[in-house]
Ligand binder design. Structure first.
Ligand SMILES: NC(=O)C1=CN([C@@H]2O[C@H](COP(=O)(O)OP(=O)(O)OC[C@H]3O[C@@H](n4cnc5c(N)ncnc54)[C@H](O)[C@@H]3O)[C@@H](O)[C@H]2O)C=CC1
Ligand SMILES: NCC(=O)COP(=O)(O)O
Length: 332
């Protein structure tokens, strides 16, 4: 079976994304990787890092370079500036074009999946473009109602009911509809991509002590418990809502396949404490495969050679696995 061909978007040009993409060329890999970025940016950053990499222009139908020292590039025009460490809002349209190019390539079958290096959400908004993250952007690009952000590292998977929302808005966003959609997607994609026949999901409460019987918030009693009861009747294996402060302990985790947290900073600090640098961010519920690194743009490290590529390797490994599953399922 041929190796999956993955689009790898290099992300924010001032960040470590280009460095990490280039670092992949220091060794042979078993996936076909096509870096979607400005070619001159990659050439300049390679020189800055002292990396001897041959950049090969890739076009549809080409077999991507897989040997050490070689990198295939699908160049995207429109980059305004390319200074490591210095953000430029004029680059934002280019950054989003790299994502659109990768999505279109996945939709047309040129790519078996996409892996994303980090973008800078703030600078894209400074360019006047409303953007809260790849996750939400890809949901819109693919025209689906709901996707789910799940981060995974060895021994722990954490999915989120809400993603990039101000904390002030989180409680209102935890509706029966959203919780139902997210839980069904999580259950279905754990089966689809990870071979779990009946995924066991731990669900966190929203409030301290899962609401303390309504004395510290009523969302558990009014929304979460009845929604979980309905989902259990559909055959989804759910435990909770559990107090989030003690959920992440072996007593619970040893008997579970994933945790569903209500919001970003309820679940992700635990995941990153366990596996920062070896974790992957996966968008579930998309018609295409998309994985990403577990970290941000690290502007302080761009162009220094200090960026750790561990998470990018994890993201590629997961994308290869998921792309194979996806391909097998489409073949029936
Ligand atoms: N997938 C994506 O596109 C993501 C984008 N971001 C964005 O990145 C920007 C910066 O976010 P921060 O909160 O500062 O997080 P960050 O992950 O960029 O940096 C946090 C700390 O981790 C270090 N670090 C990050 N990646 C590293 C690596 N590969 N090797 C070694 N050290 C590394 C940084 O130097 C810094 O000290 C924000 O705009 C944020 O929205 C954040 C997370 C994911
Ligand atoms: N904390 C995860 C993160 O910020 C990355 O989100 P996304 O850009 O993958 O949606």
């Amino acid at each position: 079976m041929r190796s999956p061909v993955l689009a790898l978007t290099a992300g924010e040009p001032a960040g470590i994304g280009p460095d990490l993409c280039l670092s992949l060329a220091t060794q042979a890999h078993d996936a076909g990787l096509v870096v979607v970025a400005d070619r001159d940016l990659l050439a300049e950053r390679a020189a800055q890092l002292g990396l001897d990499v041959t950049l090969n222009d890739w076009s549809d139908g080409d077999t991507p370079a897989m040997a050490a020292g070689q990198l295939s590039v699908l160049t995207v025009p429109g980059l305004a500036s390319r200074q490591a460490g210095t953000l430029d809002a004029a680059n934002s349209a280019y950054v989003l074009r790299t994502l659109e190019t990768a999505v279109q390539g996945c939709q047309s079958g040129r790519f078996d999946g996409m892996v994303t290096a980090p973008v800078h959400k703030g600078v894209i908004n400074e360019a006047g473009i409303a953007f809260s993250g790849h996750t939400e952007f890809l949901q819109a690009q693919c025209g689906v109602d709901r996707v789910v952000m799940m981060l995974a590292t060895e021994g722990l998977r954490v999915a989120l009911v809400t993603t990039h929302l101000p904390l002030r808005d989180v409680a209102d966003a935890v509706t029966p509809e959203r919780l139902t959609q997210v839980t069904r997607i999580l259950d279905q994609d754990l089966r689809r991509f990870f071979g779990l026949a009946s995924p066991r999901i731990l669900v966190a409460g929203l409030n301290p002590h899962a609401g303390e019987g309504g004395h510290l918030g009523r969302e558990e009693m009014d929304t979460i418990e009845p929604t979980l009861a309905q989902l259990r009747s559909e055959g989804i294996a759910l435990t909770g809502p559990l107090p989030a402060d003690t959920l992440f302990t072996p007593k619970w985790l040893d008997e579970a396949d994933a945790v569903l947290a209500m919001y970003h900073d309820q679940g992700l600090p635990v995941l990153k404490f366990k596996g920062f640098g070896r974790a992957v961010n996966i968008t579930l519920g998309l018609p295409i495969v998309r994985t990403s690194v577990d970290h941000g743009t690290a502007l302080d490290l761009a162009g220094t050679g200090q960026a750790d590529s561990g998470s990018l390797h994890t993201a590629i490994d997961y994308a290869v696995h998921m792309a194979r599953q996806h391909r097998n399922q489409r073949r029936g």
